[in-house]
Ligand binder design. Structure first.
Ligand code: DLL
Length: 436
């Protein structure tokens, strides 16, 4: 692609051989530091009879033990830190809903690395120092807002730290301050788009041109919906607090997978059941190893996110591997009548049906020994207020479409327009009534 602007051309476009050499050197340094300074890693290595010196090639990585969320919980709050607290300058935590959150720390260098990684994917998505970036992620322990904030400043863009919620004010600021970039979760982007429609003005009258959306799974259909409703280019970016926050991967303007910052993280795809590394191109659980982090090195961290990797060259000139949009987390996978179903698959089906709105909820319950799924969808007013016969035909159509695509029968329920909660952060798509 001509005229591509890179933030860090050297690392983004490195020939693979050179990149792998850099990865190996950084991996060895990370393993040594982790082994020396973090009891959890030392214990795991010792149990396997391995020492960092056994890793002489990138292939040797697959011999090392995994790290899981449970390890982080067991070492709460600071047990996984590889530096003394006096060297830590920032603490964040992950957005878990159960139990204790996981705590992550950053040294001054880590913050610099993080800001540059965010600047990298923002630049790839088309953001420059001329932009006005409105951050509508909640500021707090969540890494989203601070990550994008410092990344924007590093680029030299003007940051509006709006934080999440207060949709009318978001829109007013967008109009008055002439924001050109919107940063939030995709579900909040839909909430904003809907509100703009209610207010009755043309989104083209705004200065917005790019959306940087992440923090939760979203389908290609949702992307098309947001792009049409906000008149912007909507890009995806991925990350998780345990690894650094946003900045692990992000789309370039070609939007054909998220470029992983491979000079800082090594990705692997494993079978979540057998834990075996899968062949290139397979879909499975993403495992990440950090290569440059000082305070909180992560070795073979099981993300639980399901995706696949594409090593083919991207037309943008970047040589880094691209990860596909995630299907969701393996913990979010539902098993309905023996069929594995991800909420994102249902989203794809619904969004392809005329009249379905991007607001839905999946209610899972148990009847006897079977899990049953009810799909509650919001539809446009004309369908909701249509005569019973037509409504029934519509429900029938949705049920049949889900059955034919996913191979599982579900019950479908129409709910009133605006009755499903709108989201300011990450959406909650699944209501699980099976749990006590
Ligand atoms: O959500 C970090 C982040 C913030 C990434 C803002 C991008 C933008 P956590 O709260 O620790 O960190 O949640 C991490 O969110 O394991 C995925 O399951 C999910 N996730 C994050 N980005 C995406 C994405 C942040 N683009 C968890 N697509 C991850 C799908 C995503 N899922």
């Amino acid at each position: 692609m001509q005229n591509t602007i890179y933030w860090d051309h050297n690392h983004e476009c490195m020939p693979r051989e050179e990149l792998e050499q850099l990865q190996l050197e950084r991996l060895q340094a990370t393993l040594n530091r982790a082994y020396k300074n973090v009891t959890c890693y030392r214990t795991k290595f010792n149990a396997l009879g391995t020492v960092p010196e056994d890793v002489n090639s990138l292939a040797d990585l697959s011999k090392l033990p995994f790290t899981t969320k449970d390890d982080l919980r067991l070492n709460y709050p600071y047990g996984m830190f590889a530096v003394p607290l006096r060297e830590v300058v920032r603490i964040h935590s992950s957005s878990g809903t159960t139990g204790k959150p996981t705590v992550v720390g950053y040294t001054k260098n880590d913050l610099k690395t993080w800001s540059n990684l965010v600047a990298r994917f923002m630049t790839a998505a088309g953001v420059t120092h001329d932009d006005v970036v409105q951050i509508a992620f909640g500021y707090g322990m969540f890494t989203g807002a601070f990550g994008l904030h410092y990344g924007s400043e590093t680029i030299g863009a003007a940051v509006i730290p709006m934080s999440g919620g207060n949709t009318d004010k978001q829109i007013m600021i967008m109009q008055d301050y002439k924001s050109t970039v919107l940063v939030c979760t995709p579900s909040y982007a839909i909430t904003i788009a809907e509100r703009i429609e209610k207010l009755g003005f043309d989104p083209k009258s705004l200065s917005l041109k790019v959306g940087l959306f992440g923090g939760e799974p979203w389908s290609e259909s949702i992307r098309r919906d947001i792009e049409a409703r906000l008149a912007i280019s909507a890009t995806d970016n991925y990350g998780l607090s345990e690894i650094i926050g946003p900045g692990v991967a992000g789309e370039c303007q070609l939007k054909c997978g998220m470029h992983i910052a491979e000079d800082c993280f090594i990705p692997e795809i494993i079978d979540p059941e057998t834990c075996q590394v899968l062949p290139v191109g397979s879909t499975g659980e993403l495992v990440l190893t950090s290569l440059t982090k000082e305070a909180f090195p992560m070795i073979r961290y099981r993300t639980r996110d399901i995706t696949s990797l594409d090593y083919s060259t991207c037309e943008c000139g970047r040589t880094t591997v691209r990860m596909k949009k995630t299907m969701g987390r393996s913990d979010d996978m539902l098993i309905i009548k023996g069929v594995n179903v991800f909420p994102s698959q249902i989203e794809e089906v619904l969004m392809a049906i005329d009249g379905c709105q991007p607001h839905y909820q999946l209610v899972v319950d148990r009847k006897g020994t079977l899990d049953v799924l009810e799909v509650c969808i919001e539809v446009t007013e004309n369908i909701f207020f249509d005569e019973m016969k037509k409504q029934r035909a519509f429900l029938d159509k949705v049920g049949k479409r889900i059955d034919s695509v996913l191979g599982v029968g579900v019950s479908v329920k129409l709910v009133e327009p605006n009755s499903i909660t709108r989201h300011e952060g990450k959406a909650e798509r699944v209501i699980d009534r099976r749990k006590p």
